[in-house]
Design a protein around this ligand. Sequence first.
Ligand code: IDP
Ligand code: MG
Length: 142
Amino acid sequence: MTAQTERSLVIVKPDGYRRGLTGEVLRRIEAKGYTLAALQVTEATREQLAEHYAEHEGKPFYEPLVEFMSSGPVVVAVIEGNDCIKGFRSLAGATNPTEAAPGSIRGDLGRDWGLKVQQNIVHGSDSTESAEREIGIWFPNL
Ligand code: IDP
Ligand code: MG
């Protein structure tokens, strides 16, 4: 148990939004027992995405990733609960939706579409440092 309730930054990516899966993703988060601390529908700016995905700059999928994430609205959420960073990564499943376990968001709802970037429905922070950094990008007033 951590003394302070942990927060994670979750994004329903443009594929999830377009496919009408926002409610399903939020349902799974709430059914797991995490709470929503902030929620918004927005169109990501190039600047936000460059900051958010800075660690991937220079990788072959970087430009396709930024283009994909700019291709339509996203739903950005801050979720709360003990160990929710690890917990949401587990709900999301592996990065490659073909390999993501059935039962996970990516495993149940995602597939490979033969594109340069994997469209895998959700993003979730991978550490407490990333979570705080990412929350600052998407919710500067939180
Ligand atoms: P994560 O979202 O599971 O944390 P990251 O390695 O942080 O995965 O990559 C960010 C996003 O970039 C992934 O969610 C996926 O959309 C895309 N991506 C990552 N690795 C690849 C790859 O090898 N090929 C195509 N797309 C990738
Ligand atoms: Mg990541």
